[in-house]
Ligand binder design. Structure first.
Ligand code: DAK
Length: 262
């Protein structure tokens, strides 16, 4: 039985028994992670985290698309300083602070910031149609929300280089074999299966679950933060290049970019 929560414009917030569910809901833009959507997503996740009746949270985009990355239209005119002063980093950091187990239920594209958001969750359940990738290179950028760090730790250097430098995508089965996702399920069951997993976790002792989550996160993230600092600054710096603006405008104008190395 799904219970409905307060209305947001860009996300749906519901619950099913002890499991909170946050659904990204900007389907025509493939759930591109614009500022207003990110703000609502974080508010909805934090509300579930604070709800004593809930023991796990599912973050999903439904059976068609998880998220095609940050909103390129929002970034196309940005300078490095614009990117630095926007509050997006704070929002990503708030996702990291969610205490309850966070399950990403990923169907369709999880690209750029979408892939990074999935990697920020504790367990990724993928639909058979899921496609993961960091295609920022195609628009003159690099991953800016942990992609170069978490992807490399998860997949190893060879495959991470391949994905980040070419922008190619990984299907669900390869993602499973390489440890990016924990389970692959039928596409139409993606949310049901993630909620079922959430209900399994809800039967476990909550404090043990929290401690285990914290410990595994520490093992994984250890010194990732240093790398993330470097990645973030490189990402911002790229907004000073003509190529980044050319890449983003070419995407918006639906044409091939022409890069000059400036
Ligand atoms: N941003 C804005 N709009 C997007 C979008 C995006 N990322 N992805 C898709 N859309 C929009 C398209 O513009 C199109 O809108 P209309 O033209 O209809 O108005 C609509 O969604 C449908 O997209 P397509 O027509 O392109 O659909 P296709 O099936 O042909 O192609 C695609 C699907 C996913 C292959 C393609 O849309 C695509 O390549 N999308 C861009 C993927 C991408 O490059 N993602 C990375 C973006 S950069 C940070 C936090 C986050 C980030 C960085 C830093 N900090 C906290 C520091 C993240 C950066 C990124 O993610």
């Amino acid at each position: 039985m799904l219970a409905c929560m307060p209305d947001y414009e860009h996300v749906l917030s519901t619950s099913d028994g002890p499991v909170g569910i946050v659904t990204l809901n900007r389907p025509r833009q493939l759930n591109a992670l614009a500022g207003p959507l990110l703000r609502e997503m974080v508010a909805a996740l934090e509300a579930h985290d604070a709800d004593p009746g809930l023991r796990a949270i599912v973050l999903t985009g439904g059976p068609s698309v998880f998220a095609a990355g940050a909103d390129i239209k929002e970034m196309a005119e940005a300078t490095p300083v614009d990117m630095l002063v926007r509050d997006t980093i704070g929002m990503w950091d708030r996702v990291k602070k969610i205490g309850k187990p966070l399950i990403a239920a990923v169907a369709g594209y999880a690209l750029g910031g979408g892939c990074e958001l999935a990697m920020l969750c504790d367990i990724v359940v993928a639909a058979e149609n899921a496609r993961f990738g960091q295609p920022e290179i195609n628009i003159g950028l690099i991953p800016g929300a942990g992609g170069t760090q978490r992807l490399t730790r998860t997949l190893g250097k060879a495959l991470a280089m391949d994905l980040v430098l070419t922008g190619r995508m990984l299907g669900a089965e390869e993602a499973l074999q390489r440890g990016l996702v924990a389970r692959v399920v039928a596409t139409e069951l993606i949310v049901d299966e993630a909620v079922r997993l959430g209900k399994e976790l809800a039967k476990r002792p909550p404090i043990s679950v929290r401690m285990a989550k914290e410990s595994i996160t520490r093992a994984f993230e250890g010194r990732v933060d240093d790398g993330i600092d470097l990645e973030r600054k490189a990402f911002y710096l790229l907004f000073a290049t003509r190529d980044a603006h050319e890449g983003m405008h070419a995407f918006i104008d639906k044409r091939q970019p022409s890069y000059e190395g400036r």
